[in-house]
Ligand binder design. Structure first.
Ligand code: CA
Length: 388
């Protein structure tokens, strides 16, 4: 079996309203799908993390850098392919866009392997430790409006997400420490006393500002405080974890086993959030997962993007071993975006219907059982939204 063609599909549409996180507001939703074709007619699908112009640059890496390295290779040799591509790109980027590009290709090769074996990816990895996974719904994105208006909006939106059946919710912050505490108080009011909520700063604080917000989050009993400081700020992470009671989470901006080794040895994370569509694909995710568990650091995957990314993560969450295990074990969750996303809702021939499952099952979703990722994108949807 041989790889005959690799194609990137960058999809995009205009959002009904501007949404934001601590770094920027955005008005377009995009997704970057990777299609790997073979001489036996089996096609695999993957996804690369990275919006808009990042996706366009990653498309060039996928098609013009990686494709020539591996055309004609056996797609079943995915670990050989991974190391060949990584070694040839090493001098030009061990993190960032080259790894995002490799991630989409690697995920597509796992999809092919599953289709060849007629088994879902979680079976290839070693089986399902769970057939359902708990889902948290994130929303409460920033909007360009006064903090009082945004706080009022967050009270309502937090209550809506809870009422949709999600097991927990997550909000954005990033207006500045004082206003951010006001927003977090609004979300606590919205969800009520006993509901789990998390706070995502997308690395906008200095360490001292993160301590100020973190102490307020302790009082509000937030479950975790995500990316409080810059991913390069290992000292800041370590000091925050040692000094705050709220769980410190992060890792979506880290790549590969070597970067992960550093942040785990630094002891700055209570919860690790590896992003499979960025850190190097499923092959590298499994090595990073093993590293996390070797450090007894629980993992809740970072999830962003289309239904391909959601399906990939459902396969991985099914196959995640218990850590440390028990009669009532600590369980991972699926991260799920509740804001407008046609690439999550409309992309698949047979939709995952996450929201309906969550509503009907009290916050749980089933693991896809079909071959490979267990999902197929609809070519008409791809053609309709494709910009490159
Ligand atoms: Ca995040």
């Amino acid at each position: 079996m041989k790889i005959t063609k690799i194609t990137s599909h960058v999809l995009q549409y205009d959002l009904p309203e501007q949404l934001g996180y601590s770094q920027q507001y955005y008005a377009k939703r995009s997704a970057h799908l990777v299609e790997v074709e073979t001489d036996e007619g089996i096609t695999g699908w993957g996804e690369c993390f990275g919006p808009g112009h990042i996706a366009l640059a990653n498309k060039a890496i996928v098609e013009q850098v990686i494709q020539p390295m591996i055309l004609g290779a056996d797609p079943m040799d995915r670990d050989v392919i991974w190391h060949k591509v990584y070694n040839l790109m090493r001098d030009h980027g061990q993190k960032g866009m080259p790894m995002q590009a490799l991630s989409g290709v690697d995920i597509a090769l796992w999809d092919i392997a599953g289709k060849v074996a007629n088994l879902p990816v979680h079976k290839l990895i070693g089986g399902a430790h769970r057939d359902h996974v708990t889902v948290y719904g994130y929303g409460m994105m920033l909007r360009p409006e006064p903090v009082a208006d945004l706080a009022a909006r967050f009270v309502d939106e937090a209550a809506e997400i809870r009422d949709m059946g999600f097991a927990a919710t997550k909000m954005k912050v990033g207006l500045g420490p004082k206003d951010d505490v006001t927003l977090a108080q609004a979300v606590r009011r919205g969800v009520g006393e006993d509901f789990r909520f998390m706070v995502d700063a997308n690395h906008c604080y200095t360490t001292s500002d993160a301590f100020y917000v973190g102490r307020a989050l302790e009082e509000l009993e937030a479950y975790w405080f995500e990316e409080p400081v810059a991913p390069e700020d290992h000292d800041g992470y370590r000091e925050l974890r040692a000094g705050l009671k709220v769980n410190i989470s992060g890792g979506e901006a880290e790549f590969g086993r070597w970067g992960w080794r550093q942040i785990l040895e630094n002891r700055g994370l209570d919860i690790a959030q590896p992003e499979v569509c960025a850190l190097g694909g499923i092959s590298e995710y499994l090595r990073v997962l093993a590293l996390c568990h070797a450090h007894f650091t629980p993992v809740i995957n970072h999830v962003w993007g289309s239904a391909i990314a959601v399906a990939t993560n459902l396969q991985l969450l099914a196959a995640m071993p218990p850590m440390p295990g028990g009669l009532h074990p600590w369980e991972p969750m699926l991260e799920f975006d509740t804001t407008d996303n046609k690439f999550r809702d409309d992309l698949l021939v047979e939709p995952l219907n996450i929201q309906r499952q969550v509503k009907q099952s009290g916050g749980m979703v089933a693991i896809p059982q079909g071959a490979g990722l267990g999902v197929e994108p609809d070519r008409a949807v791809i053609d309709h939204y494709k910009i490159a």
